[in-house]
Design a protein around this ligand. Sequence first.
Ligand code: DGL
Length: 278
Amino acid sequence: MTANRDLPIGVFDSGVGGLTVLKALRERLPAESLIYLGDTARLPYGTKSAAAVSHYALQAAHALVRMGIKALVVADNTSSAHALEALRAEFPGLPVTGVVEPGAAAAALASAQGRIVVIATDSTVQAGTYPRAIHNSRPGARVISKACPLFVSMVEEGMTDGPIAEQLARHYLDPLFANADDGQKGDCLLLGCTHFPALADLLRRVVGPETAMVDSATTTARAVEDLLEHRGLATGRAPERARVRYLATDAPDRFARVARIFVPWTIATDEVEVVDLA
Ligand code: DGL
């Protein structure tokens, strides 16, 4: 029988961008098996209401729990922003980690003057969860949330740098960095969306070397590692036995193709299992 600690970790996202979190988890926890579920039939979540996103997130979590997981990681920022409490209430025995709390805590620490700019989808910005979480760690911080919805489709087009990508990044960010008055400029940029780590080099150029940059994916992997240690849930198996399973709710071919933007390894179309969450 599989011991609880040798069960996989379930990772959920609206689509393929959450592979940035899966990648961070594989780097940090190479011995852990992972099941990644992308709700590709219903993405994007970033334009949807709190009620719709919570409903979808609960359905995805139920599907993963039915498969047998020891912990759930909500890689999707929009679901983490709207549905984390509902997920924790629905599965009281299951450790549930979202990307918002670890990212917010890391930004609160990384910012020198407490002037934090959070970039995210529209729906994540509407939720207000990032500012609340940052203020929990650093009550005096000034937090500006900026929706950057076009970044999502731009990254999925494979445009992670170049003149068009730079122009768009400057359109969103120059008012808060390069063109802001001294004393008003952000001193920390928090990447509050799965897709934005793919733009890290470009964003670094746009906000300048003096700005701290925090990515929720790597900070979340660290939080999951701590949580598994604390609860005695870290696997005892060797890394060679770790398996990664990919599930999507539609279009496995697009999943496999777009995945190349987010992870350096290849995912074949026939490795992606199509599941129905309804
Ligand atoms: N995964 C979403 C997020 O991190 C971005 C893509 C979407 O809108 O579904 O907020």
